[in-house]
Design a protein around this ligand. Structure first.
Ligand SMILES: NC(=O)c1ccc[n+]([C@@H]2O[C@H](COP(=O)([O-])OP(=O)(O)OC[C@H]3O[C@@H](n4cnc5c(N)ncnc54)[C@H](O)[C@@H]3O)[C@@H](O)[C@H]2O)c1
Length: 195
């Protein structure tokens, strides 16, 4: 797939050891026009921004503070990325946590944040909304396919992402708006979420 010249937005890509950061590096290496990184952790986000701007060019990456549990935050961040780069083609809903104590937050970030991001992608990329269509990629997990007795709510959130993505991928409105939606399910990766 040729993604040269495309503009991408990715949530939860603010850590150098994270999966989101690895995705951003791949996108920039494959010559996308620009990437907007959205994260809640500004210190880590600025570190990532510095590294990427030095390596790939100052004008190809921006960092936006954004809490995916806030619809207002997410809407503002989508606007910023689109205004900065002039368009939006790829949305990666990647932010996630593993917190079984504050399990409401886990559902709010992992599942509801992904749903928020997917519906905003429709409004910002859909052909019936003035866009050119695009792609949404949701980070699920192997915990979205198999049972995880030690992480029941995390597993539920990821099963939710898989179910939502599979349904919305064949949804008529998304098809009419030329938005393709998919998810991927990594197994264990050594990232800060494991801490
Ligand atoms: N590491 C693994 O083994 C593994 C396996 C399968 C799936 N995943 C998924 O991959 C994704 C990325 O996780 P990771 O492993 O790279 O860990 P990570 O902790 O490096 O990445 C998560 C990022 O999300 C950010 N974040 C947390 N809450 C947020 C919020 N409210 N709004 C915006 N950003 C927020 C964090 O600051 C962090 O940068 C997650 O969805 C995770 O569930 C990870």
């Amino acid at each position: 797939m040729n993604i040269e010249g495309k503009v991408a937005l990715i949530t939860g890509a603010g850590h150098v050891m994270g999966i989101g950061y690895a995705i951003v590096r791949q996108l920039l290496g494959k010559r996308v026009k620009g990437v907007g990184i959205l994260d809640i952790n500004d210190e880590n986000g600025r570190e990532v921004l510095d590294i990427l701007q030095n390596e790939f060019g100052e004008h190809r990456v921006i960092y936006v503070n954004c809490d995916v549990t806030s619809k207002t935050d997410l809407e503002g961040a989508f606007e910023k990325v689109k205004t900065h780069f002039g368009k939006l083609d790829i949305v990666c809903n990647n932010a996630g946590i593993q917190n079984e104590v504050n399990w409401e937050l886990t559902l709010n970030i992992n599942l509801m944040g992904t749903i928020r991001g997917t519906y905003l992608a429709l409004e910002h990329m859909g052909v019936n909304y003035g866009g050119s269509g695009g792609i949404v990629i949701n980070t699920a997990s192997i915990a979205g396919i198999m049972t995880t007795s030690h992480l029941p709510v995390y597993g539920a959130s990821k099963h939710g992402i898989v179910a939502f993505t599979r349904s919305i991928a064949s949804n008529r409105t998304f098809k009419e708006n030329k938005i393709r939606v998919s998810a991927f399910c990594p197994a264990k990766v050594d990232t800060p979420i494991q801490d």
